[in-house]
Ligand binder design. Sequence first.
Ligand SMILES: Cc1ncc(COP(=O)(O)OP(=O)(O)O)c(N)n1
Ligand code: TZP
Ligand code: MG
Length: 218
Amino acid sequence: MNRKQLELYFIMGTSNVKNANPLNVLELALQAGVTFFQFREKGSSALKGLQYEEFARECQALCRKYNVPFIVNDDIELALKLEADGVHVGQDDMAVAETRKLVGNKILGVSVHNLDELEVAIRNKADYIGVGPIYKTKSKADAKEPAGTRFLQQASKKYPSLPIVAIGGISSLNCHESIEAGADGVAVISAICESANIHQTVNEFKQKINDASQVSKR
Ligand SMILES: Cc1ncc(COP(=O)(O)OP(=O)(O)O)c(N)n1
Ligand SMILES: Cc1ncsc1CCOP(=O)(O)O
Ligand SMILES: [Mg+2]
């Protein structure tokens, strides 16, 4: 994995897509140029059992077609079964050390909110960290309070070569703030899932991220 691949990290599950087929949404996003994908099927209406697994396999096949890494959120067992490219765990999920042992050299992403969590992630060889929510989000019911870009800036200053992605309430209008604060990329759900024109939205993100990376604090 390289840092440039984190540029526009798309996250999706069926509950994030209102009036369209989630697989069509994913394919449009991949065609338009998202650079990383996380399968995040959770919440009260989430698919279960065989339907869950089948949907994950379909998302994975699309990611393969566009040569974009397929990351599984939370579910290490599914990631191993499908031979996913990686997993993403947060502070309420399987511990980072145990996850690293189970997934070997797959990509391991870890959500962190402070320096203590960050150092545990680094010790256990996280490949990238997710920092957020930067702004208010409607896509995660149990999200912490929005933290802005302060910790993001601190983390990127302290660990200049650590790949970092910012998440939470990020749109093409505010993404430059995270990049300027030192993130390599932004992770988004609603800005893409709810876009009326996914191609245009992805292009706007990529243009803004590219411009902002010229003035990044890194
Ligand atoms: C890239 C990225 N960053 C952060 C998260 C949040 O993970 P977590 O805190 O475990 O919350 P859930 O997504 O599992 O609800 C993420 N998924 N991806
Ligand atoms: C999974 C997650 N973790 C922190 S905020 C968030 C949700 C991001 O969704 P959106 O881009 O719609 O704010
Ligand atoms: Mg989690």
